[in-house]
Write a protein that binds this ligand. Structure first.
Ligand code: 5RP
Length: 236
């Protein structure tokens, strides 16, 4: 199977396995989570499940949910009341302890809000995303208010990180998130206490949120090139 087929298999498999009628769902973002959204739409359409409402984590998942016929609410809607039954989302990296980085698609802030408000979180990734240490190969995205770009870059560089401003494609200038902020992609110089780093990042004035999910208790499922969908067992 190629990488796209693995993503499709993962999304479809977890939607079929975990989504049940009456659930309040969080809809993740990215090229893997999108397959779960599409499958949920099919399950609704053929009557396998009903009475589903969902919260989108990005403009991408909102558009996909509309196309799939999934009824959307906000986290503040009385029907959701701040809590979800299940969120299905992707990730950029997963370490040996099951810590994640997210935000490759720039949706980390709402993804974090939605994930931590969910009773159950299912993360789906290709096997290539299982790594020994986070932030060495794939940079950690940090969402920053635009006026704080330079002070935050200085603070991150003082921590020894390499920082780059995420630039847009098909638009000149920086990526602007769904929340009107910029993204700094931050590479670590060496393996680090990732939970401590997650906390430290959010103490820098101007940082809105970062893409480390170190305290999230999620089930992680990964797909292999030979077409298996397997549960990852973290070393806790
Ligand atoms: C978006 C995310 C995505 O879930 C993450 O980047 C993985 O995306 P993909 O499945 O396309 O590799 O965090 O902000």
């Amino acid at each position: 199977m190629n990488a796209e087929q693995v993503k499709q298999l993962l999304g479809r498999t977890v939607a079929e396995r975990f989504v049940q009628s009456g659930m309040k769902l969080g809809l993740g973002t990215g090229s893997t989570a999108v397959w779960a959204i599409r499958r949920i739409g099919e399950l609704l359409h053929d009557g396998s499940v009903d009475n589903i409402v969902a919260v989108a984590t990005s403009s991408q998942s909102e558009v996909e949910a509309h196309a799939a016929g999934i009824a959307l609410r906000t986290m503040n809607d009385p029907e959701i009341a701040g809590g979800l039954d299940l969120t299905i989302d992707g990730a950029d990296e997963v370490d040996l302890c099951g810590n994640l980085t997210k935000g490759g698609g720039g949706a980390l802030l709402i993804e974090k809000v939605v994930a931590y408000a969910s009773r159950r979180v299912v993360i789906i990734v290709g096997q290539d995303k299982l790594v020994d240490h986070l932030g060495l190969k794939f940079p950690i995205p940090v969402e920053v208010v635009p006026l704080a770009r330079m002070p935050v870059i200085s603070a991150l560089e003082k921590l020894g990180c390499a920082v780059s401003l995420r630039m847009a494609v098909k638009k000149m200038g920086a990526v602007i998130t769904d929340n009107g902020n910029i993204i700094l992609d931050v590479s670590l110089p060496a393996p680090t206490d990732i939970a401590g780093f997650e906390r430290e990042l959010n103490t820098i004035p101007g940082v809105v949120e970062n893409g480390v999910f170190a305290r999230l208790s999620a089930e992680i499922w990964y797909g292999t090139a030979d077409g298996q969908v397997l549960q990852f067992a973290p070393e806790r």
